[in-house]
Write a new protein. Structure first.
Length: 385
């Protein structure tokens, strides 16, 4: 049976070039990068090279890149670290109600444990934050704004540069979760004007268990992981050398192939949506029709539960999801789609197809042959139809 992976927003396979770059640092060049002897210093050199590669791809200096265990840790570090370091300035944070749980949960934590007020901004029907509402939400005690670059469920892109300008004009730190954007869109942190930016290796054909936080010089932040003097005293813990090497290589390749991959992905998602729209009635695109990641297609199918579709697709070798992998198993409708005003029955009937560079037009053709019969079969069984 043919197998077609369409859940790249959840995770990506490690590219062969990335794995090849990592392999020596598991069992040959296995030195601790904090050791002063030559084996340790070889590891240190590779970490420095990877930091340079990632910094260059982001338009900043290597020294501004802090390696973490992934996007979740980077988000927690940014939100909790800034909150704890700036208690004397204020206890108000602004975010949106469509953020990834790795942002929403740290925000809830600082509300409960540190006495912060958090404003959760609404979004429009496309999932975009209103800049005027953002401005109106700013208070004298606001210390941080955290708005994701692009949504993991719909792919909708936020006006990050404009948000950064508002934040800077009010002397407020601005953090963005860019885990879904790295390797898909150009990111120049200096041009964007962000202060903190989170990334994850496994979203860009790198390994799991590695990520990074861009931290602009001068940002007042307190590390929440303590121990040795690693990562310029910002993040204690022996460095994950193979992971860092793989992450650097993955970013280098993604940066190199970005334009080519973007054009390819746009072609695939356009064909998928247009042909499904012709074949099936009462299906709806969730998210912005144009201003979204080229890889992401979130569709609601009326009268069917998304989970039923995903399980039936799986039997045909098509791997998709009902939304964020981090909320898989929840019986509640997607908080993202709910915030966008999608009715509960339509939100429950949503499926996210997220494509990768290795997907082909033949993959799309196979999906177009298999998906409509599955949808029609499930609709015939549905009591709602």
């Amino acid at each position: 049976m043919r197998q077609i992976y369409l859940d790249h927003n959840a995770t990506t396979p490690v590219r062969k070039e990335v794995l090849d770059a990592m392999m020596p640092y598991f069992s040959e060049e296995y030195g601790n990068a904090s050791s002063v002897y030559s084996m340790g210093q070889k590891a240190r050199q590779k970490i420095d090279e990877s930091r340079e590669l990632i910094g260059s791809a982001l338009g900043t200096e290597a020294a501004d890149i802090i390696f973490t265990s992934g996007g979740t840790e980077s988000n927690n570090f940014a939100i909790k670290g800034v909150a704890m370091a700036n208690l004397n300035k204020g206890r108000h944070v602004i975010t949106s109600n469509i953020e990834h749980p790795a942002v929403l949960e740290p925000c809830r934590f600082i509300e409960k444990e540190l006495g912060f007020d958090v404003t959760y901004l609404p979004v429009d029907k496309y999932g975009v934050v209103d800049l005027d509402e953002l401005k109106d939400s700013i208070r004298k005690d606001t210390i941080l704004i955290s708005i994701m670059f692009a949504n993991n469920e719909t792919g909708t892109i936020q006006p990050i540069k404009e948000i950064a300008k508002i934040a800077r004009g009010n002397k407020i730190y601005f953090h963005t979760d860019a885990a879904q954007v790295l390797g898909k869109l150009p990111i120049d942190v200096e041009e964007l004007g962000v202060d903190l930016c989170s990334f994850s290796g496994h979203k860009v054909y790198g390994p799991k268990g590695i990520g990074a936080l861009y931290l602009r010089k001068g940002v007042k932040i307190i590390p929440f992981q303590h121990g040795g003097h690693h990562e310029r005293n910002k993040r204690a813990g022996t460095e994950n050398v193979p992971g860092i090497v793989g992450f650097g290589k993955a970013v280098e390749i993604a940066d190199r192939d970005m334009k080519k991959n973007d054009a390819h992905l746009k072609k695939l998602t356009k064909k998928m949506w247009e042909e499904l729209s012709k074949e099936l009635k009462e299906i709806y695109l969730n998210g912005h029709p144009e201003n979204r990641l080229s890889s992401t297609l979130n569709i609601s199918f009326r009268y069917i539960e998304g989970e039923s579709m995903v399980l039936n697709f799986d039997m045909k070798g098509i791997y998709a999801s009902t939304g964020s992998a981090c909320t898989s198993g929840s019986l509640e409708p997607s908080h993202v789609l709910t915030a966008m005003g999608v009715p509960p029955d339509m939100a429950q009937g949503s499926v996210r197809f997220s494509f990768g560079y290795e997907n082909t037009e033949e993959d799309v053709d196979y999906c177009l042959a298999e998906i409509p019969p599955i949808v029609e079969k499930l609709r015939k069984m549905s009591p709602l139809c």
